[in-house]
Write a protein that binds this ligand. Structure first.
Ligand code: ATP
Length: 468
C-alpha cells in the first residue's frame, strides 16, 4: 500500500523530462506568437499593465503627483511646495543644491537655496516619513512645447488619507507664512515668445511718502487700499470677487507709474505687467491671467493704445462705417484681445480666478476709452493724476530742496503760476534737480513757467488775430 502511494506521488524521471520539454516548447511557441503576431506597442502595453498591477500590489508606498499646471491655472499646491521645501534642506539627499542671492536691499544677506531636479527631500509630518522629488520633462503645450515640472510625494500607503487631509493644508499655511516675510517684491513681465511670465526683483523707491499728490486724494486712496486688504470677509459676505480696479488717468509725467510702485510697496504685492498688444486672443489672455498669483497687482498700461478700447471704433466711425463692426473685423484679423475678453477679467466670471487682486489700468486719454470700461462697477476707483498744483509743488520742493518749506521771494509767484500754466510734476522735478541751491533751482523753475505762459498767451492770441 505504502509503495503504491510512494510511486503515485513521485513521478518518474522520464515523466518529468517529458513535462519539461512540453513546457519549453510551449514557452518558445508563446514567445514567438507574442513577438511576431502582437505589435510591439500592444505588447509593451500588456507588459506595463502586468507590471503596474503587481508592483502596486506589492509596493508598500503611495505617491502623490503634484503638477505645476492644472488646466489653465498654476497649481497652488505646487507653488506651496516650491516655497516650503527649501526650508527642509537638512533632509536633502543629493550631491547638489541651487544657490541664489537676490536680496538687492542687502547684498550681504545669506543666499537662498533651491531644489535641483531629481533631488530627494525628506520631511517628517507628525512622525510620518515623507519623500519629495522634483521632476521635469518636456511636454506639448497649447502654443508650443515647454518644460513640465511636477513633484512626487511618497509616503507609506497606510498614511495616504492623513497626508491628503492634513499635510497639504499644513504646507499651504507654511508657504503663506514664508511668502509674507519675503525680502523682495517681484515684477513679472509676460514673454510672448516663451508663453510664460518672466520675473525680476522689483525695487522701486517710490512710496506714498515720496509721491507728490493732493493730500485728500492720497489719503482716500490709502484708506481704500487698507479696506481692501482687510476686506476678505466683507467681499465674501456680499458675494463679490476679492478684487479692486483702479483707473489712473492723466497726462504723461504726472506720476501714474510711480503711483503703481507706491501701491505695490504699500500693499507688499508683486506686479504683473501685461502689454495687451502682445496677447494674441482672448483664450491666450485667459491662460496668461490664470497663471498669476493671489495677492498681486495686474498692471495694464496705456490702455488707450491696446486695441481693446474705443479708439479704433472712433476712427471707423469717422470713416463713415459702422464703427463697432469694423472694429470687430479688425480684431478678428489681428487675433487681438477683444473688449469683452478683457471685461470678463475685470468683472466677469474669470475675475474670481485669482484672489486679493488689484487691477490697475493707466491711460493718458480717458476720453478715448470704450464707455463699457468706464461703466460703474468696472473700475472701482478713477484717479486723475494731473498737472502740478501748488500743493504738489510744495511737496516736490520740500523733497528735492533739502526740506525747504518756504522761500521769501519765489514760493508765492511760483504757486500763482501753477494756477495759470500747466506743467507736469516730471517737468518740475527736472528744474528742481538743476541745483541744490534753492535760489538757483526755484529761479530756473520760475523762468521755465514764465516761458510756458508766454507760449500759452501767444497761442491764445493767434486765433483772435486771425479772426480780426
Ligand atoms: N506726482 C509725482 N510725485 C513724485 N514724482 C513724480 C510725480 N509725477 C512724476 N514724477 C516723477 O516723474 C517721472 C515720470 O513719472 P511717471 O513715469 O510715474 O509718470 P507717468 O504719468 O506714468 O508717465 P507716462 O504716462 O508717460 O507713463 C518719474 O521719475 C517720477 O519720479
Amino acid at each position: 500500500m505504502a509503495s503504491t502511494l510512494f510511486t503515485q506521488k513521485i513521478p518518474s524521471a522520464s515523466t518529468i523530462f517529458s513535462f519539461y520539454t512540453s513546457l519549453s516548447a510551449f514557452t518558445i511557441l508563446f514567445r514567438t506568437i507574442l513577438n511576431e503576431l502582437i505589435p510591439t506597442k500592444v505588447r509593451d502595453f500588456i507588459v506595463s499593465r502586468f507590471k503596474d498591477h503587481f508592483s502596486s500590489y506589492f509596493n508598500p508606498n503611495f505617491t502623490f503627483i503634484i503638477e505645476e499646471q492644472c488646466d489653465y491655472v498654476t497649481n497652488q499646491t505646487f507653488r506651496a511646495a516650491e516655497t516650503y521645501l527649501p526650508t527642509l534642506l537638512a533632509g536633502i539627499t543629493t550631491g547638489s543644491l541651487l544657490v541664489r542671492s537676490s536680496n538687492l536691499k542687502n547684498p550681504l544677506a545669506k543666499p537662498k537655496f533651491g531644489i535641483p531636479v531629481k533631488a530627494k527631500i525628506l520631511d517628517v509630518f507628525e512622525g510620518i516619513p515623507l519623500e519629495w522629488t522634483l521632476l521635469s520633462e518636456k511636454s506639448e503645450g497649447l502654443y508650443q512645447s515647454r518644460q513640465k515640472r511636477y513633484f512626487h510625494l511618497t509616503c507609506k500607503k497606510e498614511f495616504r488619507d492623513k497626508i491628503m487631509s492634513e499635510y497639504f493644508t499644513y504646507i499651504a499655511k507654511s508657504s503663506a507664512k514664508i511668502l509674507t516675510s519675503q525680502d523682495n517684491l517681484k515684477i513679472h513681465t509676460y514673454n510672448p515668445s516663451d508663453y510664460s511670465w518672466e520675473s525680476a526683483i522689483f525695487q522701486h523707491n517710490t512710496t506714498f511718502e515720496t509721491l507728490a499728490m493732493e493730500p485728500e486724494v492720497k489719503n482716500s486712496l490709502m484708506r481704500d487700499l487698507d479696506a481692501f486688504s482687510n476686506g476678505k470677509d466683507f467681499f465674501k459676505t456680499v458675494g463679490r470677487a476679492w478684487k479692486r480696479g483702479y483707473l489712473l488717468h492723466g497726462p504723461p509725467g504726472t506720476g501714474k507709474s510711480s503711483l503703481v510702485a507706491a501701491i505695490a510697496n504699500y500693499m507688499n504685492y508683486s506686479i504683473y505687467d501685461l502689454q495687451l498688444q502682445s496677447v494674441k486672443d482672448d483664450a491666450m489672455l485667459r491662460q496668461i491671467l490664470t497663471k498669476t498669483e493671489n495677492g498681486s497687482i495686474l498692471l495694464i498700461e496705456d490702455l488707450d493704445c491696446s486695441g481693446a478700447d474705443a479708439s479704433c471704433r472712433k476712427k471707423s466711425e469717422d470713416e463713415g462705417e459702422d464703427g463697432e463692426n469694423q472694429c470687430k473685423k479688425k480684431k478678428k484679423k489681428d487675433h487681438q484681445v477683444t473688449l469683452s475678453g478683457l471685461l470678463n477679467f475685470v468683472d466677469g466670471l474669470w475675475s474670481s480666478c485669482v484672489e486679493e487682486r488689484i487691477i490697475v489700468f493707466t491711460t493718458n486719454h480717458k476720453e478715448k476709452l470704450d464707455p463699457a470700461l468706464l461703466r460703474p462697477g468696472r473700475m472701482d476707483v478713477h484717479i486723475l493724476m494731473d498737472y502740478c498744483t501748488p500743493n504738489v509743488f510744495k511737496k516736490l520742493a520740500k523733497m528735492y530742496l533739502d526740506g525747504i518749506e518756504e522761500h521769501d521771494d519765489l514760493f508765492e509767484p511760483i504757486e500763482k503760476m501753477f494756477r495759470e500754466v500747466k506743467a507736469t510734476p516730471a517737468e518740475v522735478i527736472e528744474r528742481l534737480m538743476v541745483s541744490k541751491d534753492p535760489d538757483v533751482a526755484l529761479k530756473g523753475l520760475m523762468e521755465f513757467l514764465e516761458s510756458k505762459k508766454m507760449v500759452k498767451e501767444s497761442e491764445e492770441s493767434e486765433p483772435k488775430e486771425a479772426d480780426e
